[in-house]
Design a protein around this ligand. Structure first.
Ligand code: SF4
Length: 378
């Protein structure tokens, strides 16, 4: 089972309640961003290119609890920035667990081993560790030599201490599907509960603009990765979202599915775009012109987007939208997606050579990163 039964039950009953209440637009996961500063400066990240005074700012635990209560989702993801740099993160997580929210604290795990004692294992808490592939690929992707080994050590220590540990993997152009599959094996051996994989989004602020995947390339890559699945692999994404990635299903984006709250307020319209901010969740839902977003809208910023934060809620909504959706999902959960064409893609795939590992220039220089880390007393 990719998620505990209690979590699957909580989410299923929440979605069904929304359906029975006739709500067409409802959120599924709150993306709570309590800070933007980070101890990495990844080439594909669009979150850390802020000036230093913004990177030093953070939400208080009370701000976080207010947003969570306002939004009402059963699951809360805490991305960033690096949440473990927030000095009150243990208090924030404890408050969310007390509210019986299923929390995915997204972390690059560089500080996980050192800070683990500040958290208590709970069925409501999962460390969602950012792992972008095998050692060479991960280190290249996060622009940090040794990053993979530190993150995997964090995973092992957290698993041994009895925490739920999941992973999130973002793939860019140049990813090698054979290596990604081998990486899944490594994660399962390390005791990871389940894995999530998504293509990256073409952030216009990201320092490296050359390695984002277009839709056709994404589908080919995900078909190669996710077909002929091994029995040992467990995923924590909706089976319909994964079929969407593989090009087996058409889904339209659900921009309100994972609303984002940060130091700026409620971000319009989604986790990826910033077309202003609302003061309340209600205002967000009522003032965004939702028809202007999603690939079908013709909005060029949505043209290539296939990311988890836009389409996971679409997959869940599809599942619970009809008997057909439920049956397809049940079938998908037990399918290995046998596909000889996908095997041929894997056999013929020529891995791209990475260039030398370099820290790609960004607004956050190494000196700034160290100054910002010292804000957290680390
Ligand atoms: S398609 Fe992507 S960028 Fe556009 S609204 Fe949906 S999630 Fe946001």
């Amino acid at each position: 089972m990719a998620v505990p039964i209690s979590q699957a039950w909580t989410v299923a009953t929440y979605v069904l309640k929304q359906k029975f209440a006739g709500r067409k637009k409802y959120p599924l996961v709150l993306m709570l961003e309590p800070l933007f500063r980070c101890n990495l400066a990844c080439a594909g990240c669009g979150k850390i290119q802020y000036p230093a005074h913004i990177l030093k700012a953070e939400l208080s635990p009370e701000d976080c609890f207010r947003a969570v209560d306002e939004c009402g989702t059963p699951m809360v993801a805490i991305p960033g920035g690096e949440p473990l740099l927030h000095p009150q993160m243990p208090e924030i997580v404890a408050g969310l667990v007390a509210r019986k929210k299923y929390v995915y604290m997204c972390t690059n795990a560089l500080l996980l081993k050192e800070k683990l004692h500040l958290f208590k294992p709970s069925k409501y808490l999962s460390f969602s560790v950012h792992m972008d592939g095998q050692r060479e690929h991960h280190d290249f992707s996060v622009c940090r030599e040794g990053g993979y080994d530190i993150a995997m050590e964090g995973v092992r220590v957290a698993v041994e201490a009895g925490f739920r540990v999941t992973t999130n993997t973002t793939l860019f152009d140049g990813a090698d599907p054979n290596s990604v599959r081998a990486h899944f094996d490594e994660l399962m051996v390390a005791g990871v509960e389940s894995m999530m994989v998504s293509p990256g989004y073409t952030y216009d602020k990201a320092p490296d603009q050359n390695h984002f995947l277009g839709r056709a390339k994404s589908r080919k890559m995900f078909r190669a990765i996710l077909s002929n699945r091994k029995k040992s692999w467990r995923f924590n994404a909706s089976p319909m979202f994964m079929e969407f990635l593989m090009g087996k299903k058409d889904l339209t984006c659900t921009p309100w599915g994972m609303p984002t709250f940060s130091i700026f307020g409620w971000q319009k319209p989604c986790y990826l775009l910033q077309d202003g901010y609302a003061d309340s969740f209600k205002e967000l839902m009522e003032t965004v012109e939702w028809e202007n977003y999603g690939t079908e809208s013709g909005n060029p910023r949505c043209a290539n987007c296939m990311v988890h934060s836009g389409y996971e809620a679409s997959g869940v909504n599809y599942t619970f939208g009809s008997i057909k959706g439920l049956l397809q999902t049940a079938k998908a959960m037990f399918s290995s997606y046998k596909d000889d064409g996908a095997s041929r893609i894997l056999n013929d795939w020529k891995p791209a050579q990475h260039g030398p590992l370099v820290q790609i220039g960004s607004a956050q220089t190494a000196a700034q990163a160290s100054e910002l880390q010292s804000v957290s007393g680390d």
